[in-house]
Design a protein. Structure first.
Length: 448
């Protein structure tokens, strides 16, 4: 790596100045879009990329200039809104966040996306949506919000329990004729922010292009705050260590231990490192698959060990697609920065990835050059040592490998490197619906 990955994260947060000669903005923006956005949104931005048929909801047609999430009145989002979506992603969809580019790269990518639609170039964002002073929650407000949730018609789409399974949900379509999957409000983070002010804004303005209406003209400020607090009351808490606005959410510190690495998750040495919550996106929002995992990491200077844990109602050890976890690493030996990472969806022909996958059937290793383009790595014995246990609704899988590449075709694991995660949930009826995946993360080895 040419610079510390931790510094890359800090620079993304603080907006560090660029180094070196300036790049051609148009060429840089097009290259970033081609490498990381085209597979879903298509070459022209019309939402018809090669992966689009496998995704639900479908990727946004950027050529229309209509985006669902914005902080301004009117149809035109601000540059900040566009960047917010790019950096944070959209929970409950396959749109991942990516908060590790440099300032120059963000400007270039934003410029290219705005060129995809005349509305972005010709239109002007309206005034910012005003959020009134915060009103603290109370039992009375939560109760009022519960009544409003029914009387205002929220249950028709989001269901009586708020789980997105309302009676009208199967018939919902968006502006483009695609099926709309109401967000399960009992899970967070929600699509356009999980703070009370974010939820207030969504209720006030609605979501353009979807059946989600705005209530600015029909509910008072007090009623909106009541509805906000009711929604928060039915939501399962987001892990305390997860801060979606902080780029350091991507960082997984790997603690140093002397001697052999632990062989089970109960070893006391695991208490020396923190568990990092990792949010997962789903290829198919209808899957109701897992949205969280947690990971810890240790190393001894020779090997690295990851402990991955997630909740699952049932252990599926057999069947067409058993429960499984995968770790993905860039295969190229030298990366100049996050912009040079492979496409998070199993890489590409030019930028392949290596995948370690554990299931009850054992460990498999693959080279991937795109979704579905897997080449099994055939060896007498796997160089990845893994074991999984299922206890009281939780899977825990330990995966260990040498830091040095075992062969010339394996990924090297430097002191600071990139990885991402995927889960396969055997409860799902169809294999393509059961995949949840993370954004690119960064692991960093503690000093010996």
């Amino acid at each position: 790596m040419k610079q510390s990955l931790l510094m890359v994260v800090v620079c993304a947060l603080l907006g560090c100045a660029e180094r070196g000669a300036p790049l051609d903005t148009a060429q840089l923006g097009k290259q970033l879009y081609t490498d990381h956005c085209l597979n879903c949104h298509g070459e022209r931005g019309d939402g018809r990329g090669p992966l689009a048929p496998y995704l639900q909801p479908r990727p946004r047609d950027l050529t229309t200039g209509v985006l669902k999430y914005r902080t301004t009145h009117g149809p035109i989002p601000s540059d900040i809104d566009l960047l917010q979506t790019l950096k944070m992603g959209i929970p409950g969809t396959s749109m991942p966040g990516w908060n590790m580019l440099t300032l120059n790269e963000w400007k270039a990518l934003l410029s290219h996306i705005k060129r995809l639609s005349p509305r972005f170039q010709e239109g002007t964002p309206g005034p910012r949506i005003d959020i009134p002073p915060y009103v603290a929650s109370s039992k009375a407000l939560v109760a009022e919000g519960g009544s409003l949730f029914h009387s205002a018609g929220c249950v028709a789409c989001h269901g009586v329990a708020g789980d997105g399974r309302g009676i009208a949900a199967p018939q919902l379509k968006d502006l483009w004729g695609d099926t709309v999957i109401p967000r399960d409000l009992t899970h967070g983070p929600l699509k356009w922010g999980n703070r009370e002010a974010d939820i207030y804004r969504t209720l006030l303005a609605g979501i353009p292009g979807t059946p989600m209406p705005g209530y600015e003209q029909t509910l008072t400020k007090s009623q909106l705050w009541a509805l906000v607090h009711y929604i928060k009351s039915i939501q399962q808490p987001v892990p305390k260590a997860y801060d979606p606005s902080n780029p350091q959410r991507h960082l997984i510190p790997a603690g140093f231990v002397k001697g052999d690495l632990p062989i089970d998750g109960a070893d006391a040495r695991w208490t020396t490192v923190k568990a990092v919550p990792v949010f997962l996106h789903q290829l198919q929002a209808v899957s109701q698959g897992p949205e969280w995992l947690s990971v810890k990491a240790l190393h001894n200077g020779r090997e690295i060990l990851f402990a991955v844990q997630w909740a699952d109602d049932r252990a599926d050890r057999s069947g067409p697609v058993p429960d499984a976890v995968g770790l993905q690493f860039p295969l190229q030996r030298t990366l100049t920065g996050p912009a040079a990472l492979p496409f998070v969806g199993m890489g590409s022909g030019e930028r392949p990835v290596q995948i370690w996958q554990w299931s009850a059937r054992g460990v498999q290793e693959f080279i991937a050059r795109g979704v579905g383009q897997l080449e099994p790595i055939l060896r007498k014995e796997s160089v990845v040592i893994a074991d999984g246990t299922y206890t009281e609704g939780q899977w825990q899988v330990l995966l260990r490998r040498s830091l040095a590449a075992p062969t010339a075709t394996d990924a090297e694991l430097p002191r600071e490197g990139y990885l991402s995660f995927a889960l396969w949930d055997g409860d799902q009826a169809r294999a393509r619906e059961n995949i949840s995946f993370s954004e690119w993360m960064i692991y960093s080895l503690a000093s010996e």
